[in-house]
Ligand binder design. Structure first.
Ligand SMILES: Nc1ncnc2c1ncn2[C@@H]1O[C@H](COP(=O)(O)OP(=O)(O)O)[C@@H](O)[C@H]1O
Ligand SMILES: [Mg+2]
Length: 230
């Protein structure tokens, strides 16, 4: 699915004063694209991802995903659109603490009305693919940061989203597990034709994207094919 952002602005109130975090940003991600968003801490990467995914509403501008203008939808309609089309891996995971790893992965399938239909086998398979066999019945508090991150990835893949957004998806993983997750993401893009938009500090992951978009101070300061020296 193609993502088109036009004139995207986000302003937060900070101590009663407006703080502009994104400045009239324009960005198009082609359908089936694989884009890595990079940039220093505080440059607006997480904010941008939340707006592109329709999790948040911008102060100004609009986002159109697969021809649907998200900024024109009600909160409920955006939630439905996300449930059907979008997977999201949060920087801080946002797992449900009272559910096991397995149950967390089932949540999006249940929300989309796909709880029957081999959902349990799919959840099991996804947890295995992120290397969590044997951890299915652990609660988030019983898992390491890296394990929680992988549950969050499995959950984001559950509905075979058309677009996957992930905020530093290898940020808590050791090199070996990180490489496995990177392979899984690349495979998702190639084989399931999932559009990928990832925020990352991981040069291995950014290098396997097809395009790198660099933010600084809430603006795009560089946009180039990956693998090409700046
Ligand atoms: N809800 C919020 N309220 C106020 N300021 C915020 C909020 N969310 C983010 N910010 C500020 O916006 C800026 C960009 O944040 P963020 O998008 O998280 O950056 P990054 O992901 O690149 O580190 C930061 O200065 C941050 O403090
Ligand atoms: Mg961030």
């Amino acid at each position: 699915m193609e993502i088109v952002a036009r004139g995207l602005e986000q302003t937060y109130l900070s101590g009663g004063r407006p703080l502009v975090v994104l400045h009239a940003l324009d960005l198009t991600v082609e359908s089936e694209g694989f884009v890595a968003i990079v940039g220093p801490s505080g440059s607006g990467k997480t904010t941008l991802l939340g707006l592109l995914a329709g999790l948040d509403r911008p102060s100004a501008g609009n986002v159109t995903v697969g021809g649907v203008q998200l900024t024109g939808l009600s909160e409920d309609a955006r939630a439905r659109f996300r449930a059907e089309n979008v997977g999201f891996v949060f920087q801080t995971f946002h797992l449900i603490p009272t559910l096991t790893a397995f149950e967390n992965v089932l949540v999006p399938l249940e929300l989309a009305g796909r709880a029957g239909d081999g959902a349990q086998a799919r959840a099991q398979d996804l947890l295995q693919r992120v290397g969590l066999e044997g951890r299915e019945h652990h609660y988030p508090a019983q898992l390491s940061g890296g394990e929680q991150q992988r549950v969050a990835l499995a959950r984001a893949f559950a509905n075979r989203p058309r677009i996957l957004f992930a905020d530093e998806p290898t940020g808590n993983l050791d090199a070996e597990t990180g490489a496995r997750v990177v392979d899984l993401l690349v495979e998702l893009n190639r084989e399931a034709r999932t559009t990928l938009v990832l925020v990352t500090h991981d040069p291995d992951l950014a290098g396997r994207a097809r395009r790198i978009v660099r933010l600084a101070g809430g603006r795009i300061v560089e946009d180039r094919p990956a693998g090409v020296a700046p």
